[in-house]
Write a protein that binds this ligand. Structure first.
Ligand code: S3P
Length: 435
């Protein structure tokens, strides 16, 4: 297990930062481009442990993907019905996105596939995808009463369904929409609140009829085939990785950072809204759209923060940002409350528990709730030995806490940053961090 040591930075943070490519979009690109008819050049893909898991899985189903260089892939798409029965278990490592989205695709295939992963993945709930995919007609078996991996599929002959998600989840929505590509009639998904819509946008870019019926409902019609021709897909920088630097710039005095080419999908940017209520100011420069995704440069400067409440429809829009949001909340004046965020308990770690436990070691005043937490601030944090709990977002959030704490912070289990941001420490140095 590796460790990372952080001490308070004597310098403020400045400059232009490029964080890694979007994890969610990279997974989707790896799954969908092999189903096109023609060649796709995927530029600026995220090369991380979890996206490698997806790459290996789709290759095991016959996808022809070549690595041109460390940033670029060439995918020789062979069509919507070109996948083949894998000879071995599809190993999804610890990646919830890999197993849930691939499940949607496997449900639509006439062959046998088995999806499994690490002990941490085996604890992630799968009943939420098994149930709708079974309703569509797939045969699925899973451990512990169809609730946990491994998942065994014999798919095909799917029918379109109308399904109301019990919780807002882009992974579950995507699994159903992807299965809908292989169904005999349209499939409609209703969500309690909008979640990220990368799958819908990418499918639309590839010529699939995906209509947003209301803010909460989307319908996909099964295509004859996906778009033909040659494609160039450039993946934007990951908002969730940018989030660490956004909060770092806010908290380290006299800082100004510019984060370039960041994906600004509405389902991802709830953190900006919450921090704006807390007194932060952001400038979005060069707003544009690429392959259907909104992108821009975010300029952020240090600010005094005040407490706010987060709940309702904002929760899915910042679902991966609560660990770093909690760090910001420790420095805000007043009591910050997060409600309606039970989903935090089933992420890479139980983030209600791990955020509270690790921040308390640094002196934060934080109270766990069933569906979130309450943080009182501002508190001067103190350096401590903390643990990442095999959760990349916890590891990096604790590193940002270390920048503003007294003394040394040592983060145990640092290696998990490879899940989404393998060069995080170099990026931090590029922003001006010095010991
Ligand atoms: C993701 C959706 C979110 C998020 C995860 C990636 C995606 O999960 O937490 O990191 O790529 O669709 P849920 O949809 O389960 O909330």
């Amino acid at each position: 297990m590796s460790e990372f040591s952080v001490t308070p930075t004597p310098n403020s943070l400045h400059g232009i930062i490029r964080v890694p490519a979007d994890k969610s979009i990279t997974h989707r690109a790896l799954m969908l481009t092999p189903l096109l008819q023609g060649e796709t050049r995927i530029e600026n893909f995220l090369d991380s442990e979890t996206t490698r898991a997806t790459l290996n899985c789709v290759r095991a189903m016959g996808a022809d993907i070549q690595e041109i260089d460390s940033n670029t892939l060439r995918v020789n798409g062979r069509g919507l019905h070109s996948l083949q029965e894998p000879r071995d278990v599809l190993w999804c490592l610890g990646s919830g996105t890999t197993i849930r989205l691939l499940s949607g695709i496997c449900a639509g295939q006439h062959f046998l596939s088995v999806l499994d992963g690490t002990p941490a993945l085996k604890r992630r709930p799968m009943g939420r995808i098994v149930e709708p995919l079974k309703q569509m007609g797939a045969t699925i078996l899973a451990r512990d009463n169809d609730r946990f991996p491994p998942l065994v599929f014999r798919g095909g002959n799917l029918r379109g369904i109308e399904y109301a998600l019990p919780v807002a989840s882009a992974q579950v929505k995507s699994a159903i929409l992807l299965a809908g590509l292989f169904a005999d009639s349209p499939t409609t998904v209703h969500e309690p609140a909008p979640s990220r819509d990368h799958t819908e946008r990418m499918l639309r870019a590839f010529g699939v009829d995906v209509s947003r019926l209301t803010e909460h409902s989307v319908r996909v019609s099964p295509p004859q085939r996906l778009e033909t021709g040659d494609w160039r897909l450039e993946i934007p920088a990951d908002f969730s990785s940018a989030a660490f630097f956004i909060v770092a710039a806010l908290l380290v005095k006299n800082s100004e950072l510019r984060l370039e080419n960041v994906g600004l999908n509405f389902g991802r940017t709830g953190l900006l809204d919450a921090l704006t209520r807390m007194g932060a100011e952001f400038e979005i420069q060069n707003p544009r759209e690429e392959n259907g995704e909104p992108i821009g440069d975010i300029v952020v400067t240090s600010a005094e923060l005040r407490a706010t409440n987060v709940g309702g429809g904002e929760v899915p829009r910042m679902i991966d940002e609560f660990p770093i949001f909690a760090i910001a909340a420790t420095q805000a004046h007043g009591e910050t409350r997060v409600r309606g965020a039970q989903e935090l308990r089933i992420k890479e770690s139980d983030r209600v528990v791990t955020v509270a436990q690790e921040l308390r070691k640094m002196g934060a005043q934080i109270e766990e709730q069933e569906d979130g937490f309450v943080i009182a601030g501002p508190t001067k944090l103190r350096g401590a030995r903390v643990n990442a709990h095999n959760d990349h977002r916890m590891a990096m959030s604790l590193a940002i806490a270390g920048l503003i704490a007294d003394g040394e912070t040592i983060i145990e289990g640092w290696e998990c940053v490879a899940d989404s941001f393998p060069y995080f420490s170099t990026a931090l140095e590029n922003a001006g961090y010095a010991r």
